[in-house]
Unconditional design. Sequence first.
Length: 600
Amino acid sequence: MNDRERGGPPDAGRRAAVRRVGDIGLIAAAIASGAPLTADAEVRMEPEMVPDFGPNVLVIDPSMPAPAIQARIDAIFAQQEAAHFTDRRFAILFRPGRYAVDVRVGFFTQVLGLGEMPGDVTIDGPVRVDAEWLKGDALANFWRGAENLTVRPPEGWNRWAVSQAAPYRRIQMFGDLLLDDGGSSSGGFLADCRIEGVIRAGSQQQWYSRSSRIGGWRGVNWNMMFQGVDGAPATSFPHPAVTSLLRVPLLREKPFLQVDGAGHWSVFMPALRRDGVGPSWGERGTSGSAVPLAHFFLARPDMDAATLNAALDRGQHLLFTPGVYRLDAPIRVRSANRVLLGIGLATLQAVAGTAVLEVDDVPGVTVAGLMIDAGAERSPVLMQVGPRGCAGDHRHNPVLLADLFFRVGGVETGKVETCLEINGHHVLADHLWIWRADHGDVDGTRVHVGWDESTGDHGLVVNGDDVTAYALFVEHFQRYQTWWRGERGRTYFYQNELPYDPPVQSAWMAGATRGWAAYKVDDRVREHEAVALGIYVYFRTNPQIVLESAIEAPGRPGVRFRHVTTMSLGGGVGTIEHLVNDKGPAARPGASMQRLLAYP
């Protein structure tokens, strides 16, 4: 809420732009409270009002000296570089302008440009992710992101060495983009970008690129997919394993925060696109509409579900500021066209065995930019889109789920039956990572990942019809990783690792079948399509365990799979007997990777 909304004088909400570095949290708290700043923080008053985003949002103005900006960015990175599991969350927001800075992006940090177009915020320097904290190995570089910027690295290249849950969205990059740091990497996701140079995959095992224009692509490993990307390599699966589709059939890009020259803050809602090719933005801007930020309730981590639900019931949208929200009751979205947007990897955690988010059978809802964590008390479901049995037809105004990341276990015990259950029809899912943890802190001091300790049956269950998923990552669950029960479902790119920790075969049986499929299409389904699926096994607890089929599906002409890869990691630690149903050879010791061009 700003001072006009509180009833104060028009200029009562003026905020200070910090000119020299001080403590980020103390300075932000002082600004928010109106208290005087310390002597080491010279200020210049701005005529516009800055929303109170809380202490972990850094809003950068082009009038600030570059050394001060650099110092504050470096201070955040110093905390977050190796903070693999931490409750600290940060968002770095650049107002429109030009900045000569080096932006290193650590864990739980999101870097956002606040312009209407990516070119409104130009970084004359890298916006980069490296893996120095793990000696070049980027396999654990999760939970971070960059959006809505133009990046001009002086060296002519930028590094974005990530794995899961690290979206690179709405970026114009002048130069080459490197996706590794010399060691292993297992990502990732790029969308709505213009990369003027060449993207160099390096060690990236798999990658999904969508709705972009690129100057070229070098490097292919296990599973690379391009969809609606100008400049993408042609389909060549399985040698090399590239899948290129010309168009994105139906999607709306993720909303983003912006501020104009007069200081008017809003959230821009891109329009629905059909048969999209290339970025959603260009010389004519981006098609869509801006929702004034005054229509949003600015959520803070100390707020409970009742407070957030009251805001929704008043007709407000929710913008979640960075932090961890521990909720003992669900947030309930009852009205159409509501927007729930997180910045800075805002995290919702179940603490009382309930869901954290429930969406009614209503059209046009957007849920984006959130992490959702299980708690120690088992939840039947963490997020439910539509009640079971719902029947609403939302084809003209679908629900959008974008950049949603679920966690079960890790450094805290987590228990859930299903992370995400989609019962509504015509839902669009754009970049999900649904993860039952296979590891805790890298130093081994906090590890809660046991077969009987951090438990999860299913990552994703889809009961609704006409649900489409772009870039779906689901890993390590104990029963079906993804269970698709609705009609006319479509998945474009799927990445899965089976659970690492079944103790014995008898503990991991789907009735009389050895193991639970990584991708299950229910027997009653008549139409389904999935393209570019990679399913991997690493039974480190017991390498003798076997999964009968990576994918189980009805043998009907309307149920189709293209470009399927299975792999037994570590040279053959476990076996996947078939790729789809009884088709395809085993991925096993001595024949660790297998491919299937199409089924049926």
